[in-house]
Design a protein around this ligand. Structure first.
Ligand code: N7H
Length: 463
């Protein structure tokens, strides 16, 4: 039977995270690794624990008077983070190194993200067999696994990191680690462009109760061997596992701000155009409900801020190209039954410092910042890859929208479509095209990982 205690915590509810470290490693000594791994298992946070933590957080929030949606899942008030959590996931090379040579049944996972980089539209040189992505070198190494360690402070996270490293000791080599941090003060829960993130997630059947407007998905969309995925031919040890996509996405924040201001001509116009790029105002308030001005109370209200549908083939309130419309075009020409097969559970966290005064005034990024993008799904091809390659990068998506929307202005990557031309950016003339000569999000690399169930970690991987 299905039990939350069998699923790793980041998959279903998200580890509560003020800060999170991703530790990428190689396995040197398989026997030693499997022997020592048993001692890591008690540190692993399960979905049962994160769900308990979420309800505890809700109660604590009520007690200390925080807004109900502040701190659900992704970005938690420091006062209410009660655990530092550990999760672990393996690449295809890592699984086969351990001896799990039966393929999980996902071709993209099997080949690894490097093999997908060109199709995803990641910047690079050459093409086909001579294509080289412009990735940071750490992602060009062979990565066997990643430990996710989340918590309320760098100190508590580092302590947990030390424990994991001491247990695994010389059986692994740490390749590199990256730290993500929730942004400070009023920007808590907002990504670096300034928009509130983590509002819209699918509710998993039998796990979450949908909030108004929230779409629910079959368990098999997230978990191997459950619901619609139960009929898929996979090794037994994949049950209750999930595929985790990791991407380091750099964001050019002052450049985007400057572009919006130069193009729109006023701060008010820039705010509107930026909101049209996203489909939401910075507060999280959706354009479909409030198309001309931000409404922070609406943005904060979890019972209202996701309760909308797009109007098929109408972009008067929200452009077809808007990031949230590209990613989940609810109410457009594709039926919900189809969209639900292509939903992902997002668990990313921002990285890098706040924009400095000199970056603001020059309009030029000098410090690396962006999003450590993480999402879970049971199929890369139906989840992350379709959303990136098939939807964000494709000018004619959503289908039958007219005029042609253009790529997702934020995450759309050129796959031959250069320069990128979008329509719908100008609220007063939605057919007027806008040419984008630059990108504001760049992929620095990543990998595909498999997040096994607790029973598999305990009975198959540890020995
Ligand atoms: Fe997006 N952003 O600030 O613009 N994203 N995203 N994303 N994204 C969302 O509704 C952002 C990226 C999705 O259900 C919001 O929760 C940034 C990738 C999906 O209505 C904001 C980056 C992919 C949704 C951002 C980035 C997705 C979503 C609104 C990269 C998949 C839910 C908050 C640096 C391939 C849509 C919310 C829905 C929402 C931003 C990346 C997917 C503000 C900055 C790579 C499915």
């Amino acid at each position: 039977p299905f039990s939350l205690a069998n699923v790793q915590g980041d998959v279903l509810f998200g580890l509560p995270k003020q800060t999170e470290k991703f530790l990428f490693f190689q396995i040197n000594d398989v026997d030693g690794f499997r022997t020592n791994f048993g001692n890591v298992i008690p540190l692993i946070t399960t979905a049962e624990q994160t769900s308990g933590n979420i309800s505890e957080i809700r109660q604590t929030k009520q007690r200390i008077g925080l807004a109900a949606n502040e701190g659900d899942g992704e970005t938690v008030h420091p006062a209410v983070v009660t655990v530092s959590g550990v999760n672990i996931a393996f690449s295809a090379k890592g699984l086969s190194k351990i001896g799990l040579v039966d393929e999980v049944g996902d071709p993209e996972f099997q080949k690894g993200q490097r093999a997908d980089a060109e199709e995803l539209g990641d910047e690079g040189t050459g093409s086909g067999s001579s294509y080289e992505p412009k990735w940071e070198s750490q992602f060009l190494q062979e990565i066997h696994g990643v430990a996710l360690i989340a918590g309320d402070s760098h100190e508590s996270v580092d302590e947990k990191v030390q424990s994991v490293k001491e247990i695994l000791s010389t059986t692994i080599t740490e390749l590199h680690s990256i730290t993500g941090d929730v942004r400070p003060d009023s920007q808590r829960g907002h990504e670096h462009f300034g928009y509130k993130d983590g509002i819209s997630q699918p509710a998993v059947d039998g796990v979450d109760t949908p909030k108004p407007g929230q779409m629910s998905v079959d368990q098999g969309t997230a978990l191997f061997g459950r619901g619609v995925d139960a009929n898929t031919d996979r090794p037994d040890w994949t049950l209750d596992g999930s595929i985790m996509v990791f991407r380091k996405l750099a964001q050019q924040v002052p450049e985007l701000d400057k572009f919006l201001l130069d193009t729109a001509g006023s701060q008010e116009g820039a705010d509107l155009m930026g909101a049209r790029f996203v489909g939401r105002w910075k507060s999280g308030a959706p354009l479909m409900i409030t198309p001309t001005a931000d409404d922070p109370a609406l943005g904060d209200d979890a019972s209202k801020n996701n309760d909308f549908r797009f109007v098929n083939n109408d972009q008067s309130k929200c452009p077809f190209h808007a990031h949230i419309r590209k990613m989940v075009p609810r109410g457009d020409s594709l039926p919900d039954s189809f969209l639900k097969q292509h939903m992902i559970l997002r668990r990313g966290i921002p990285y890098g410092p706040e924009v400095s005064e000199s970056e603001k005034s020059s309009g030029v990024t000098s410090q690396d910042r962006g999003l450590l993008f993480v999402c879970y799904q049971s199929s890369i091809d139906a989840g992350f890859k379709l959303l990136q390659q098939g939807w964000a990068n494709v000018a004619a998506f959503p289908p039958r929208a007219s005029p042609t929307p253009g790529q997702d202005p934020l995450i759309g990557q050129s796959t031959g479509e250069s320069p990128r031309i979008i329509t719908g950016a100008f609220a007063n003339d939605t057919s007027k095209p806008l040419t984008l000569l630059q990108h504001w999000v760049d992929s620095k690399g990543g990998e595909y990982f498999f997040t096994p169930s607790l029973p598999t970690l305990r009975d198959v991987i540890a020995k």
